[in-house]
Write a protein that binds this ligand. Structure first.
Ligand code: UDP
Length: 246
């Protein structure tokens, strides 16, 4: 595996993509054209030597706290949500392998016929060999989300950054889709995010990244080339870390 070229800020990263991103312009489910675009963005940097972990949400199919769950008990609904993340992970694996990127799916819920069980040291070995590792089923427990799963795996894998790929190019003072005067933050501290309850990631995920000293980088995955640019410190994004540079 070649060393990550120095123009990249990070050698090993975890990319969290929410389920909503994968549904593209559809209202529900998996849009394979969008999955292919994300796979292309991942492949581009993986080929240049950046080690990549992926966590895909499940909100495009099922969310424990959604209306679709009706009055089902929360834990059962959450397990369904975790299964949705496994479907997304398999779709992403198929898209990556189609373009020649070796990929392994590790699931926090044991499902031997479709994915490896999560084994930390094995996942580390895959990364060292240049394989993209997709972590499915979040933390494997209800009452959590894939944001927490992403933070946990980023810490366990010793990632240099957690990148959150959304449909907006960073964290704004207000919702830019609703408020045209909203401006983007270049950087924030973990404390800013938690104290002001900014909707970036779950508080538990932000707290874990703070305690592990891993920066969170929020960027738009829907723009072509943006993942690579963000990893090089170029383009628009928001970094959340301990101390502001300015
Ligand atoms: N989920 C869970 N535990 C986890 C990860 C996910 O219970 O560790 C369930 C939860 O119901 C969640 C759903 O799976 O709503 C889908 O994940 P998430 O909402 O994080 O997806 P995203 O918003 O990223 O698409």
């Amino acid at each position: 595996m070649p060393d990550a070229p120095s123009e990249f800020r990070y050698k090993r990263v975890l990319l969290k993509v929410s389920g909503e991103v994968l549904m593209g312009d559809q209202g529900y489910g998996i849009d394979m054209a969008t999955v292919a675009e994300v796979a292309q963005a991942v492949a581009e940097v993986a080929r240049e030597g950046v080690e990549i972990c992926l966590v895909i949400g499940g909100g495009n199919i099922f969310r424990g706290l959604s209306k679709a769950a009706g009055d089902m008990d929360r834990a059962s609904a959450d397990y369904m949500g975790m299964l949705a993340t496994v479907m997304n992970a398999l779709a992403m694996q198929a898209a990556l392998e189609k373009i020649g990127v070796q990929t392994r799916v590790q699931s926090a819920l044991v499902m031997n016929a479709v994915a490896e069980p999560y084994v930390r040291r094995r996942a580390l070995r895959h990364l060292e060999k240049g394989r993209v590792v997709i972590f499915a089923a979040g933390v494997g427990a209800p009452f959590f989300t894939t944001d927490s799963g992403a933070a946990l795996r980023a810490a366990e894998m010793g990632c240099d950054a957690l990148l959150k790929g959304t449909s907006v190019d960073g964290v704004y003072t207000a919702d830019p889709k609703k408020d045209p005067t909203a401006t983007r933050y270049d950087e924030l501290t973990y404390h800013d995010v938690l104290a002001r309850d900014l909707k970036v990631m779950d508080a538990s995920a932000v707290a874990l990244m703070r305690d592990s000293g891993i920066p969170i980088v929020v960027f738009s995955i829907r723009e072509k080339g943006s993942f690579r640019r963000t990893l090089r410190g170029e383009g628009a994004f928001t970094v959340i870390h301990n101390a502001k540079t300015a």
